[in-house]
Design a protein around this ligand. Structure first.
Ligand code: XMP
Length: 326
């Protein structure tokens, strides 16, 4: 009989036996899967798990600080936080093709993760260890659905070894959630006492805001979109809709149009609002957000975000559209 308690107990025992007195690392995204996987493994081996959280420069507003706080103070995890924004944004300069953006971000993530893992394990090597463990929050749908267009979210599965690992050290995979569906992961997280803020978080793509800024990604555009996105999320939450919609977010279009602000003519970017209802992200319907909510979002963005003077609502379902614009 499957219960969260049984699952947690069995997993903790298995991981403890597997890892022995070894060390493990885990990449955190701030999302449900990697957080639950990390908390489970930490329950088994304590601070011999080191989590790595990378700021790729395309996170949401204040996310780098918020996630660190939640993971350290809220969940008691041992977190190494790396602000690699400049590295990512430099690599993204001039890149406009969506899949190229994903490639650049994926490769850069692996490079940053490798550097950090090598530092962590170099320190452990003096303790004479030969096996290191890599924890990943792979779910059952990720396992069966390797055919998905963008690959499994937030995993670095194709990344079989860490480049800078000390000689003789082998990296083995721990995937404690690989038999589970998302709702089971949430139940386990709840049983582990994790905050709803993490468990109910809407999905957020690994390449982050980079695939929500059409055309080139620059630091200025990221800052604009962070402001607009923050308004969308907070208004959706205030309206009690955050858990009803699958995803709700802003997209920055590099299209300038004319507006008027006070007695000034403006010429600024357009922002699209996207909100969809979905069971699994494979198909989705555009969400009929109340006009009042749209009105508030629109007027707040135009008055608070200098650089955006027009807001439009995306009424395309999937298929034929996709959820993200890139
Ligand atoms: P689309 O846009 O393909 O999105 O309808 C379906 C779901 O996948 C998410 N998504 C991604 N997640 N890396 C991710 O980790 C990606 O490159 C990526 N692209 C899309 C999207 O947010 C939606 O939930």
């Amino acid at each position: 009989d499957w219960t969260p308690e049984h699952f947690i107990q069995a997993t903790v025992e298995r991981v403890r036996a597997q890892v022995g007195d070894g060390h493990a690392i885990c990449g955190l995204s701030g999302g449900v899967d990697s957080s639950v996987a990390a908390v489970l493994v930490a329950k088994a081996i304590g601070n011999r798990l080191t989590c790595i959280f990378v700021n790729n420069g395309v996170l949401r507003k204040d996310e780098f600080a918020k996630v660190q706080r939640t993971m350290r103070e809220g969940l008691g995890l041992n977190v190494v936080a790396v602000d690699a924004s400049d590295r990512f944004l430099t690599k993204l300069a001039g890149v406009t093709d969506p899949e190229q953006k994903r490639k650049v971000i994926g490769n850069e993530f692996i490079a940053v993760f490798d550097d950090e893992a090598a530092k962590i394990f170099e320190a452990e090597k003096s303790a004479g260890e030969e096996v290191a463990w890599l924890v990943q929050g792979t779910l059952y749908p990720d396992v069966i659905e390797s055919s998905s267009v963008h690959g499994p979210s937030h995993t670095i599965k194709s990344h079989h070894n860490v480049g800078g690992l000390p000689e003789n050290m082998k990296l083995k995979l721990i995937e404690p959630l690989r038999d589970l569906f998302k709702d089971e992961v949430r139940r386990i997280g709840r049983d582990l006492g994790m905050p709803e803020e993490i468990l109910e978080r809407q999905p957020f793509p690994g390449p982050g805001l980079a695939v929500r800024i059409l055309g080139e990604v620059t630091a200025d555009r990221v800052a604009l979109l962070q402001e607009a996105d923050e308004i969308v999320v907070s208004e959706i939450k205030a309206a009690g809709l955050y858990r009803k919609v699958w995803q709700s977010f802003a997209v920055l279009l590099p299209v300038k149009s004319v507006g008027v602000m006070g007695d000034q003519r403006t010429y600024a970017y357009t922002c699209a609002i996207r909100a969809v209802e979905s069971e699994d992200g494979m198909t989705a319907d555009w969400a009929p957000l109340p006009y009042e909510v749209l009105r508030t979002i629109s007027s707040r963005i135009v008055s608070e975000v200098r650089g955006i003077n027009r807001v439009v609502y995306d009424i395309t379902s999937k298929p034929p559209g996709t959820i993200e614009w890139e």
